[in-house]
Design a protein around this ligand. Structure first.
Ligand code: SAM
Length: 278
């Protein structure tokens, strides 16, 4: 069997007991970078039988050898440098080659940077789009961002420290400085930061402190609530009722009453009130 194994995204202890057991017993561990993997294995006192490099430049070639090893009943575990393989990391092509050869891999689940941020971002709806890395060139990035501007669900990006400020500025240019964003920096590590605010606040926060520009980032761009309102076609009458109540009552109460009168979702109405007040 080939196991696709998640490893920590920072804190070395974020790895399952089953994953450690499998790494201990594997005939071969496929590593994105054997030196990085060795650090994890040493931390957990695992003496690997054999490490083989599998990275984006040799994935197809190694995948063919994996088929042979599996035919010889070997146990193989694949890990990337951090988090879940196949998520902006090697592993997906390997699994495709297995399918093409009538085989399947088995997951050893665990840490993933964007799922970790989503779990603390206070986003109620499940629907979202994970994009991964945006293009490195600003003009290409802006073109790509334009595709996600009008979505009605959050869009998630990975970003590196040397591009984070430029990337956030492009998000502000493309989506507006008022667009709500959640950033997760150095998740599970000593200097973890999770921050939610509009694009202008987040850019100010990050540019004001050079330390906040260091490390690894996940960026979640929330949908534009005003556009959402148009998409679910709030009528002028709906807006009139909501605005009237929002003027007289606190947002939560106004949302509750207007949602009841108009037959709308109270969370949606609340988000609409808060965003229009801003
Ligand atoms: N496979 C990994 C996963 O499951 O999340 C992602 C690997 S991708 C090559 C590396 C990117 O993931 C980083 O540039 C950063 O955007 C994000 N990332 C990884 N670890 C992170 C962490 N501890 N905090 C925030 N972002 C992280």
């Amino acid at each position: 069997m080939l196991y696709i194994c998640a490893t920590p995204i920072g804190n070395m202890q974020d790895i399952s007991l089953r994953a450690l057991e499998m790494l201990k017993n594997a005939d071969i561990i496929l590593c994105e970078d054997t030196r990085n993997s060795q650090r994890l294995l040493s931390y957990h006192s695992i003496k690997a039988k054999r490490l083989v490099a599998l990275h984006e430049h040799n994935e197809n070639e190694i995948a063919q050898r994996v088929i042979e090893w599996l035919d010889n009943n070997m146990t193989i575990v694949q890990i990337s440098d951090a988090g879940t393989p196949g998520i902006s990391d090697p592993g997906a092509r390997l699994c495709k080659v297995l399918f093409d050869n009538g085989k399947v891999a088995s997951p050893l689940p665990g840490a993933c940077a964007y799922i970790s941020l989503m779990s603390v971002s206070g986003i109620v709806n499940n629907e979202h789009l994970f994009v991964g890395f945006l293009p490195s060139k600003s003009s290409h990035r802006l073109k790509e961002l334009a595709k996600y501007n009008n979505l009605t669900y959050p869009v998630i990006f990975y970003e590196s420290p040397h591009r984070i400020v430029d990337c956030l500025q492009d998000i502000a240019t493309s989506c507006g400085i008022g667009r709500e964003i959640v950033i997760g920096r150095e998740l599970t590590k000593m200097f973890e930061t999770v921050k939610r605010g509009n694009a202008a606040n987040i850019i100010e926060f990050i540019t004001a402190d050079a330390n906040q520009q260091k490390g690894e980032f996940v960026v979640v761009v929330l949908p534009d609530i005003a556009e959402q309102a148009e998409l679910i076609a709030l009528s002028n009458k709906d807006v009139e009722v909501i605005d009237l109540l929002a003027k007289e009552l606190p947002p939560k109460k106004a949302a509750q009453i207007s949602a009841q009168i108009l037959g709308l979702d109270k969370h949606f109405v609340y988000d609409y009130i808060v965003s229009t007040k801003k």
